[in-house]
Design a binder for this molecule. Structure first.
Ligand code: NAD
Length: 350
């Protein structure tokens, strides 16, 4: 019952896509186009049921509306999911079939990479649509280094707010997850002489990081407990919950993972414990900024400026949260909604 789904929440359009020849089954969700056509990545995942895929598409597309709004982009929120195991089911023909479906929307939705979909995969999608980004042909390619740069800027804003200085040197920072974003972030922090603690479920990745950045290594499942200045979750979502929040060893949480709070109550819980939380979609917008604003063959000066400005957005969130006595995630939502309400009409479906 899609219309009655708790996450349907004013979605403008949900498209179910299939292609018998390639086995494609995908869902494209367009949440809100008041700020412009929807932009959001495509996730490929072995969902247990099509219902799970609908839920994910609806939640993720709503999240993109808020992320794009807060990042100051003139873009709406949308997201797509392909149902299937990326390691087993992904073929060039399936990706092109997905691209053909994106093309039928005439630019109301632009896709890009997400979990399970690489830059090379997006190049396959782009063979069938002009509304695919995040490739070297459409701009700067892989968004992860820009996501990491935005996280660095956000960590500095949080340190400045909490301690009066944004100096990274000598700070103890715990990184949980050393994938595309986490690795770039570790590199940036090591160059600024942070004392790094690294954790990854993949032991060989953690060992490589230990050697590459002169870091200390920790267990993935207990990294949040380590006493530190900053805990940076850069793996999966829902890591901040009723069990982990009382155990947190850092006074600041600032990392890349999407949907870090398991429930709405967890923002309150963090505030009550005196932990300064950088709302996930505010701090991790560097990737979408690079996808939205970069041009083929262009340099990245304008993108770098906008990504670095994430620190200023967070400063404003922290100040308003203190003044109003509200959790930072509630304030981020309010700022994103205010911009949407000022924007007015939705994009013409034709
Ligand atoms: P990735 O898949 O490249 O890396 C994730 C890493 O986390 C892997 O090394 C994995 O082994 C590790 N990991 C998984 N579970 C873990 C656990 N329980 N504890 C410790 N490590 C664990 O992903 P990514 O592209 O680096 O993205 C990381 C997070 O940031 C995701 O939540 C993603 O949605 C979010 N994000 C990414 C971007 C981007 O530009 N790539 C942009 C915005 C948000």
């Amino acid at each position: 019952a899609v219309f009655d789904h708790p996450a349907f929440d004013d979605h403008e359009q949900v498209v179910f896509c299939s292609d018998a020849e390639t086995g494609l089954r995908a869902i494209i969700a367009i949440h809100d186009t008041r700020l412009g056509p929807a932009l959001g990545g495509c996730r490929m995942w072995a969902y247990g049921s099509s219902g799970e895929a609908v839920t994910d598409a609806l939640r993720l597309s709503r999240g993109m509306t808020y992320k794009n709004s807060l990042a100051g982009l003139d873009l709406g929120g949308g997201k797509s999911v392909i149902i299937g195991d990326p390691g087993r089911d992904k073929t060039p023909a399936l990706l092109a079939a997905f691209g053909r479906h994106v093309e039928t929307l005439g630019g109301r939705y632009t896709t890009a990479e997400d979990v399970g979909i690489s830059t090379e995969d997006m190049e396959q999608v782009a063979t069938a649509t002009s509304h695919a980004r995040g490739t070297p042909a459409t701009g700067l390619g892989d968004p992860s280094p820009y996501t990491a740069l935005g996280i660095l800027s956000g960590i500095k804003a949080a340190l400045a707010h909490r301690t009066g200085s944004d100096e990274i040197a000598g700070r103890r920072i715990v990184l949980q997850g050393l994938g595309h974003v986490g690795w770039h972030l570790a590199d940036l922090l090591a160059k600024e002489k942070a004392r790094l603690v690294v954790a990854d479920v993949d032991a060989s990745t953690a060992e490589r990081a230990e050697a590459a950045f002169g870091a200390e290594r920790a267990e993935a499942d207990s990294a949040h407990r380590i006493e530190a200045d900053v805990f940076a979750p850069c793996a999966l979502g829902a890591g901040l919950n009723a069990r982990t929040i009382p155990e947190l060893g850092a006074g600041i949480v600032a990392g890349a993972a999407n949907n870090q709070l398991a429930t709405e109550a967890d923002g309150e819980r963090l505030m009550a414990r005196g932990v300064l939380y950088a709302p996930d979609y505010a701090i991790n917008a560097g990737g979408v900024i690079s996808i939205a604003l970069s041009k083929p063959g262009g340099d990245d000066t304008a993108v770098m400026e906008r990504v670095t400005a994430i620190g200023e957005t967070l400063r404003q969130i922290f100040v308003r949260a203190d003044a109003d006595g509200l959790p930072t995630d509630v304030v981020a939502d309010a700022i994103a909604r205010e911009r949407l309400e000022r924007a007015g009409a939705r994009a013409d479906p034709l």
